[in-house]
Write a protein of this length. Structure first.
Length: 213
């Protein structure tokens, strides 16, 4: 039986500039009358006791029970959101990080990631399908904050995956199936959003996991 998590805080990253979406906040795109933010938050609330939002535009989000924090270090991509989340959750053991532009988050996959982390704790636990990884559906231990601060201070390349070698990062392998790939889809353009949402029951994915984060 899976127990709702209190020692791990879930984090929604919504700090992107939406440059490939004509500046429209992807978090407010709707599927069946609910925004991507609402969909993501409701799924995470079933698994975690707390959800926080990392955004540089808190004014566009509803005044709900979700704590909202901005990037402390600006313009370094998802790594800045992870840094802000770790900084603001030092009273928790770890954070589960996801992005607001992933409309098909799979609750069972998240539970598997959490269960694996609890059984074999590491600094970071990242899901992997073949050679592709998803850093924005991963668990990060809050104790890595000092290493992350050092990494950010001493690098000019802020790819999240480049940080993994600095700590004890482990991977959780998932089968290369349509359902698993679908769970890690992120949308970047209006065309992608329309395609993925209109074909959600028969998706054939050409690009799924993030290759640059």
């Amino acid at each position: 039986m899976f127990l709702k998590q209190n020692s791990i805080t879930s984090v929604i990253l919504a700090g992107g500039n939406n440059s490939r979406y004509n500046g429209t906040p992807k978090a407010l795109l709707e599927i069946n009358g609910k925004t991507l933010y609402q969909i993501t938050k409701e799924k995470l609330e079933k698994i975690f006791e707390s959800v926080i939002l990392i955004t540089n535009n808190p004014e566009i989000f509803p005044d709900d029970n979700c704590l909202k924090f901005s990037d402390i270090i600006k313009n370094i991509g998802p790594l800045g959101g992870i840094h802000s989340a770790l900084t603001n959750t030092q009273n928790k053991e770890a954070i589960f990080v996801t992005a607001v532009d992933m409309p098909f988050l799979n609750e069972e996959i998240i539970k598997k990631i959490v269960t694996q982390y609890l059984e074999n704790k590491s600094d970071i636990l990242i899901p992997r399908i073949k050679n592709n990884i998803e850093p924005l559906n991963a668990i990060y231990k809050t104790s890595i904050l000092s290493e992350l601060n050092d990494f950010i201070k001493n690098t000019k390349h802020y790819a999240t995956r480049d940080f993994f070698s600095k700590v004890n990062a482990k991977y959780l392998d998932f089968e290369d199936s349509a359902d698993n790939l679908k769970a890690f889809v992120n949308v970047n353009t209006p065309e992608e959003f329309a395609y993925f949402t209109q074909n959600k029951n028969k998706i054939v994915l050409q690009r799924t996991l993030r290759k640059n984060h």
